[in-house]
Design a protein around this ligand. Structure first.
Ligand code: TTP
Ligand code: MG
Length: 370
């Protein structure tokens, strides 16, 4: 006899236009007007959120505020107040934990809940999702959208399907109809690089991906092949992990002017390296991977990454790695708008043994991402 585990019940909750919604809640005069949370439009800052009125003009997060103003000259710009968003985030997290301890927080405004077993002994995940949305609204005055499905991938797509204030339930027999039309960039783990590769292979949607064999996908995408093969069939076995360790520590900045001088960039990277190294160190961890991010004046962004056999045990080593990676960019020849350094691939110091990190820089393995 084959024993199959019970179908999981996953809810993905995502707040609607989060930062902007908080600002509009607190300032009724902002409501109904196009609004961007970000810096001043005459600075070089970027929009963190646009409310729905602003989105009608094509404004979206990540766009420069100057561009946002070009698209909508009467758009209002409000500086972000992260402490306030953090406080709301804690309120909604507390609500999630009333339902289950299996809560995986993705960002301030987004989390997955596994409610297969839950503290309310409620069998209907749909009813729970409705209740959670109502609780969030009464506690914070803000709306959230929720997706309900048997796995994380489908729940995440579902939460986006009926925004704002949406609730979308995707039953197992409807999953394939729901995901087939999606562009592959919607699949978690597919970034710009993989997306571009898929385009070359003429795989544009999940339906295109579904037609490819496991052998083909493993040949093209290595270890990710099986994951992609499963996802294309609506199967996602990733568990909801209650506490997610930070995946990376980074420091980056947009400069006041575009930078051509390499010396300036090197000084800046030294400072970034010092900052991220000490932040990580404070948490008792060391990293093996350094990533350099460069955004050129025309917004083209590249990352260069190197993973070492051993751990980077000083800020100077992080900087040396970043400086070497800088040589693999066009910095110095092409003006740079933003630069940053991040560290990933951690190990707690205590797990590194009494002798501390060994083999640093030995047989360095390189991963370069364009
Ligand atoms: P999202 O959930 O991606 O967006 P949103 O909540 O503003 O809008 P939606 O209704 O479509 O969910 O991001 C949540 C918050 O994270 C957002 O309000 C601001 C912040 N954020 C940034 O600071 N920079 C970004 O590039 C993005 C995408 C979000
Ligand atoms: Mg959101």
């Amino acid at each position: 006899m084959v024993i199959t585990p019970p179908q999981r019940k996953i809810i993905h909750v995502d707040m609607d236009m989060f930062y902007a919604a908080v600002e509009m809640r607190d300032r009724p005069d902002l409501r109904g007007k196009p609004l961007v949370v970000g810096g001043r439009p005459d600075s070089r800052s970027v929009a963190t959120t646009a409310n729905y009125e602003a989105r009608k003009f094509g404004i979206h997060s990540g766009m420069s505020c100057a561009e946002a103003r070009r698209l909508c000259p009467r758009c209002l710009f409000i500086p972000p107040d992260f402490r306030k968003y953090q406080a709301v985030s804690e309120q909604i997290r507390a609500i999630f934990f009333e339902y289950t301890d299996l809560v995986e927080t993705m960002s301030l405004d987004e989390a997955y809940l596994d409610v297969t077993q839950n503290k309310k002994n409620e069998a209907s995940a749909t009813r729970l999702a409705r209740e959670i949305k109502a609780r969030i609204f009464s506690a914070t005055g803000l709306t959230a959208s929720a997706g309900v499905a048997a796995n994380m991938f489908v729940a995440k797509i579902a939460s986006d399907a009926r925004k704002p204030d949406g609730l979308c339930v995707v039953r197992p027999e409807r999953v394939m109809d729901f995901i087939r039309p999606l562009p592959v960039i919607c699949i978690p783990g597919i970034g710009k690089v993989t997306d571009a590769r898929m385009r070359q292979l003429n795989i544009l949607t999940v339906a295109d991906l579904e037609k490819k064999s496991l052998e083909f996908l493993e040949g093209e995408f290595g270890k990710s092949g099986r994951y992609l093969h499963n996802i294309a069939r609506g199967i996602d076995e990733r568990p909801v992990i209650p506490w997610r360790e930070r995946q990376s520590y980074g420091a980056e900045e947009t400069f006041e002017r575009d930078i051509l001088e390499k010396k300036f960039l090197l000084d800046f990277l030294r400072e970034c390296s010092r900052r991220v190294f000490s932040e990580l160190r404070e948490e008792g961890k060391l990293a093996r991977t350094v990533t350099l991010k460069i955004k050129y004046f025309d917004f083209q962004t590249v990352t260069r990454r190197q993973t070492f056999d051993g751990f980077l045990d000083s800020a100077e080593k992080v900087f040396q790695a970043a400086a070497t990676l800088l040589e693999k960019t066009e910095a110095g020849r092409r003006r740079v708008r933003l630069a940053g350094v991040s560290l990933s691939n951690f190990q707690p110091l205590k797990a590194l043994g009494q002798d501390g990190p060994v083999g640093l820089f030995k047989e360095a393995e390189k991963t370069i991402e364009a």
